[in-house]
Write a protein that binds this ligand. Structure first.
Ligand code: ATP
Length: 213
């Protein structure tokens, strides 16, 4: 994301990819404009929030007309740096890691897993989903400087030591799928996704809130 976005609230910034994906679909189906109500229905964000989010980019919509799809799309594309490819590495080619290598975020054309690391010699040297797997011992040697993001899918006990090495190597962001709460210097961004916790939270909500609106 570019510099201008430092002024956008983080909650808004997190919704941008959601808006962008929906607008791309609208554009592909030939639609020229969209109302905040339609957007709201599709992305499941209330329309007041959408209008407020969009207002951070200057009032982009007109009353009774809605938003111009082309305009929004080019705006989001620029804001999200869609033209710039972010190179990613994945550490830990287990079940989850292997799934990510096959998936490789192919629907996003601005992020790509370039290479992976593991300690298992059965995996080192192989290529999964077109991504080569290196030994973790070679991290410092093999990880190119232009790879700025790492996905961590290693066992919990290995997470911090690998994080420290990634940070020393200049990684800027980590998508952490391990349950470990990893420590990083302030300038490094960590997003933590614990699938087990998310699933438990969903089940809890279904049990306790399913009768409420
Ligand atoms: P699998 O069935 O392949 O073991 P898993 O997801 O159940 O997958 P995990 O024990 O979570 O297994 O390990 C995930 C991956 O991380 C494995 O491929 C393992 O070889 C690898 N791994 C374990 N320790 C490290 C480490 N220190 N550095 C890098 N990768 C590691």
């Amino acid at each position: 994301m570019n510099l201008e976005q430092s002024k956008i609230p983080q909650a808004t910034a997190k919704r941008l990819p959601l808006y962008y994906r929906f607008l791309k679909n609208l554009h592909a189906s030939g639609k020229q404009r969209v109302s905040s109500a339609e957007l709201s229905d599709a992305v499941k964000v209330d329309s007041a929030t959408i209008r407020r989010d969009f207002s951070y980019f200057g009032a982009l919509g007109k009353k009774g007309y809605g938003y111009n799809v082309n305009y929004l799309l080019s705006f989001f594309s620029k804001t999200l740096d869609q033209d710039e490819l972010t190179k990613v590495t994945l550490i830990g080619v287990g079940n989850l890691g292997t799934a990510f290598l096959h998936y490789n975020f192919s629907k996003n054309n601005n992020t790509k897993i370039e290479l992976a690391f593991d300690v298992d010699y059965n995996k080192v040297g192989s290529s999964i989903g077109g991504v080569k797997v290196y030994h973790l011992d070679d991290l410092e040697k093999e990880l190119p400087d232009d790879v700025t993001v790492a996905i961590l899918t290693v066992p919990v006990g290995a997470a911090q030591a690998i994080t420290d090495r990634l940070v020393s190597k200049g990684i800027k962001g980590i998508l952490n799928f391990t349950p470990a709460r990893i420590n990083v210097p302030e300038h490094i961004r960590v997003h933590h996704i614990d699938l087990a916790v998310e699933l438990q939270a969903l089940v809890y909500f279904l049990k306790h809130y399913s009768n409420e609106e």
